[in-house]
Design a protein around this ligand. Structure first.
Ligand code: M6R
Length: 612
C-alpha cells in the first residue's frame, strides 16, 4: 500500500526522501512524488511508475531544502496518473504564488464528496480524496498550521496517515494518524516520518509510533504530540533493533506470518465504505451496471486459479443462497480451453491477487470474446487483469509478498460476499438478512483476532503433524473450499502431500487412503452439516487416523472426537471460511518452519504465474 516519508533537519532532504521511498518499495505502488521546501517556496515532482523514474525526472534540477515530504501511491480514488499522485499542493498566497500547502496521505477519506461540495475553491487538479483534504486544511489555516490540521481532521470520516508542510513554516511538519500507521524517528534535532520504520533505520533506531487520533507537530523546538482536542499526549520513545528486512516484515519472522496477522486490518479495508446498513446491502461501484442490468444477469461464472479459485468456490454458496443465481467455478486454465457457454446474461468474475496470472488473463479475454460481461476482482492496482476488465473491484489487501496467498483470500471472499448480497437485495434476500450479514461482517476482524491469539497453541499442534507424509483435509458445504485451501497451503510450503476433500466423498474412494499414518484435519462448525461432518470424522477415526478438529467455540462434544482441537468463534454460516481458514494457514506455516522450509519462497513456485 501507499508509503509516506518526511524529513526535517539539517541535511539536504531530497536524497533522504528518495532513498526512503525506495526503502518502502516492497509495499507496492504505482506512482511516486516528492516536495521540498526552501526559501518560502515548495518545489514538487511527481511521476507515474517507479521511484527511479521520479529520480530521473528530477535529474540534475536543483531541489535544495532541509525539509520535505514524499509518497508512493497505490491508486484507490482516481486512476494512476501524475495529477493523482502525491504530494498534493494547494492554496495560493500572493508572495509565494500557487501551491503553499502540501500533503501526503495514506488511507481513505470516506466523506470527501461531502467536503468537496463545501470547499470555497472548486478548481481541482486531481480525482483524489487527498486533494480535498489538503484544501479543507488550507481553508482552515489562519497562521497556525497544527490548529488548521486538527480542525480539519475533526470534520473527516475515514482513515489517514498524513504529513502536511506549509511554505510559511520552514521548520515545521505536521503528522497525523487514524487507522494508517505513521512512525517518527528521532536523531539529534533531526526527524524522520514514515509509514514504517524501514526508511529511518540507517539514521536512527529511536522512534515514536503515532496512535490513532494523534497529531504530531515537529519543529525547531522538538516534537509535540497532541490529540484532536489539543491535549498533550506523552509518548514513549522505542529503541528498534531490527534490520531493514525484519522491519519490512514488521518484526515477524516471515512475510507469510505477517500477512496472516494483517488479515483483521486489511479485511476492514476491503469492506470500508462498501456497506449500506440502512438498506442491508453493499455499495460496490465496480460493476458499472444499473439495478435493471443486474437483474438481467442469469448466471455467474467465476474463473481463477489456486487460492483465488478457492475464494470463488466459497462465493458460489453465497451467490446461490443469497442471490438465487446459478454459479459455476472453474480453473482459468480449463475454462480457456473448453467451449464455455456464455452470453450477455452471464456475468464472469475473474479473480486474481496479482492481476497477472496468464491463464486467468487469457480466460477473461475468452469470456469477453464470447460476449459475457467480465469483471475483475484483483489486488494489485493497475495490473493487467485490472486494466483489461476495466470495471471491477480492488480487494485492498495491500502487497502480498509471500508466495502462499493468505490475506488476499480473505479479502476476495469479503468482496465476493458483498457482491452476492448486492445481487441478493435486488431479488429475494430480505432487509433483515442483509443487515444481519453486514453486522456479522463487521464483527469478523475482532473474531479473526481471537483466532490469531491461538498462534502459540496452533504451533504446538503443527509440531505433532509435521512428520507425516500425507495429510487429508475434510470439510462440507461452504467449508469444503476451506479444506481445499488448507491442503493447498500445507502442500505448497511444507512439501508434504495434502489433499482437500468433501467429507461426504470419503467413502467413495479416498477412505482407502486413511490409516494411522495419514492424519485428517476436519472442519467442524456448528452449522447445518454438523452431524454429517461428525459421521465423516467417525469414519476416519475408525481407521486409526489422528484427527485435528477445527470446531466452534463452546462445542464440548467436538473435543470427544478429536486428538487435537482448535476453536473458532461462531459466525454466520456463509462467513465461516473467513475464520476457519486462519488456523489452517497457521498450521501450514508452523509445520513448514519446523521442517526448515523456505516459507516465503517455496521451491518450484512463483508469486505471480505469468506463463501458461
Ligand atoms: O495472483 P493470482 O491470485 O491470480 O494467483 C493464483 C494462484 O497462482 C495462487 O493463488 C497460488 O495458488 C498461491 N501460491 C496459493 O497460495
Amino acid at each position: 500500500m501507499c508509503g509516506i516519508v518526511g524529513y526535517i533537519g539539517n541535511k539536504q532532504a531530497l536524497p533522504i526522501l528518495l532513498q526512503g521511498l525506495r526503502d518502502l518499495e516492497y509495499r507496492g505502488y504505482d506512482s511516486a512524488g516528492v516536495a521540498v521546501l526552501d526559501n518560502g517556496k515548495i518545489t514538487r515532482y511527481r511521476e507515474v511508475g517507479k521511484v527511479d523514474m521520479l529520480a530521473k525526472k528530477i535529474g540534475t534540477k536543483s531541489m535544495p531544502g532541509n525539509i520535505g515530504i514524499a509518497h508512493t501511491r497505490w491508486a484507490t480514488h482516481g486512476g494512476v496518473t501524475e495529477f493523482n499522485a502525491h504530494p498534493h499542493l494547494v492554496g495560493q498566497n500572493p508572495p509565494v504564488g500557487k501551491g503553499v500547502l502540501s500533503v501526503v496521505h495514506n488511507g481513505i477519506i470516506e466523506n470527501y464528496r461531502e467536503l468537496k461540495k463545501k470547499l470555497k475553491d472548486q478548481n481541482f487538479e486531481s480525482e483524489t480524496d487527498t486533494e480535498i483534504l489538503a484544501k479543507w486544511i488550507y481553508e482552515r489555516y489562519d497562521g497556525n498550521l497544527a490548529k488548521a490540521v486538527r480542525e480539519a481532521l475533526l470534520d473527516v470520516r475515514g482513515t489517514y496517515g498524513l504529513v502536511v508542510m506549509h511554505a510559511d513554516h520552514p521548520h515545521q511538519l505536521i503528522a497525523a494518524r487514524l487507522g494508517s500507521p505513521l512512525v517518527i524517528g528521532i536523531s539529534d534535532g533531526e526527524y524522520y516520518i514514515a509509514s514504517d520504520v524501514t526508511p529511518m533505520l540507517p539514521y536512527t533506531k529511536q522512534v515514536t509510533f503515532l496512535d490513532d487520533g494523534e497529531v504530531a507537530s515537529i519543529n525547531g523546538d522538538g516534537l509535540k504530540i497532541v490529540n484532536l482536542r489539543d491535549e498533550i499526549v506523552s509518548k514513549p520513545v522505542t529503541q528498534i533493533d531490527w534490520d531493514q528486512e525484519r522491519a519490512q516484515k514488521a518484526g515477524f519472522e516471515h512475510f507469510m506470518l505477517k500477512e496472516i496477522f494483517d488479515q483483521p486490518t486489511v479485511f476492514e479495508d476491503a469492506v470500508r465504505g462498501r456497506l449500506n446498513m440502512a438498506e442491508g446491502t453493499a455499495v460496490l461501484g465496480g460493476l458499472n451496471m444499473s439495478p435493471e442490468q443486474m437483474r438481467e444477469v442469469k448466471r455467474i461464472i467465476i474463473i481463477a486459479e489456486g487460492t483465488a479459485r478457492h475464494a470463488g468456490l466459497v462465493a458460489k454458496y453465497a451467490f446461490e443462497r443469497l442471490a438465487n443465481l446459478p454459479t459455476e467455478v472453474d480453473f482459468s486454465s480449463e475454462f480457456r480451453y473448453r467451449d464455455p457457454i456464455v452470453d450477455k446474461h452471464t456475468l464472469v468474475f475473474v479473480i486474481s491477487q496479482s492481476g497477472e496470472t496468464a491463464d486467468t488473463l487469457m480466460a477473461a479475454r475468452e469470456a469477453k470474446r464470447k460476449g459475457a460481461v467480465v469483471r475483475g476482482i484483483v489486488n494489485v492496482i493497475g495490473s493487467t487483469i485490472a486494466r483489461e476488465t476495466k470495471a471491477g473491484t480492488y480487494i485492498h489487501a495491500g502487497p502480498e509478498l509471500a508466495v502462499a496467498s493468505t490475506k488476499a483470500y480473505t479479502n476476495m471472499i469479503a468482496v465476493l460476499l458483498l457482491y452476492a448480497l448486492q445481487f441478493g437485495r435486488l431479488k429475494h434476500t430480505s432487509l433483515a438478512t442483509g443487515q444481519r450479514l453486514l453486522q456479522a461482517l463487521l464483527e469478523i476482524p475482532e473474531k479473526m483476532n481471537v483466532v490469531l491469539k491461538q498462534n502459540d497453541s496452533i504451533k504446538k499442534v503443527a509440531g505433532r503433524y509435521k512428520d507425516y507424509h500425507d495429510i487429508l483435509f475434510i470439510g462440507r458445504g461452504v467449508n469444503y473450499p476451506v479444506a481445499l485451501e488448507g491442503a493447498l497451503k500445507s502442500e505448497e510450503i511444507t512439501y508434504l502431500h495434502a489433499e482437500g476433500l468433501a467429507g461426504g466423498s470419503l467413502k467413495h474412494g479416498p477412505l482407502a487412503l486413511v490409516s494411522k499414518d495419514v492424519p485428517v484435519v476436519a472442519i467442524l462448525p456448528k452449522d447445518q452439516l454438523y452431524e454429517k461432518m461428525k459421521s465423516s470424522i467417525a469414519e476416519v477415526r475408525a481407521r486409526g487416523a489422528r484427527t485435528l478438529v477445527i470446531a466452534t467455540a463452546g462445542d464440548d462434544e467436538a473435543k470427544e472426537i478429536a486428538d487435537d482441537i482448535i476453536y473458532v468463534p461462531d459466525t454466520m454460516e456463509l462467513l465461516e471460511p473467513l475464520l476457519y481458514t486462519i488456523p489452517l494457514q497457521l498450521f501450514a506455516y508452523h509445520m513448514a518452519v519446523a521442517l526448515g522450509r523456505d516459507v516465503d519462497r517455496p521451491r518450484n513456485l512463483a508469486k505471480s504465474v505469468t506463463v501458461e
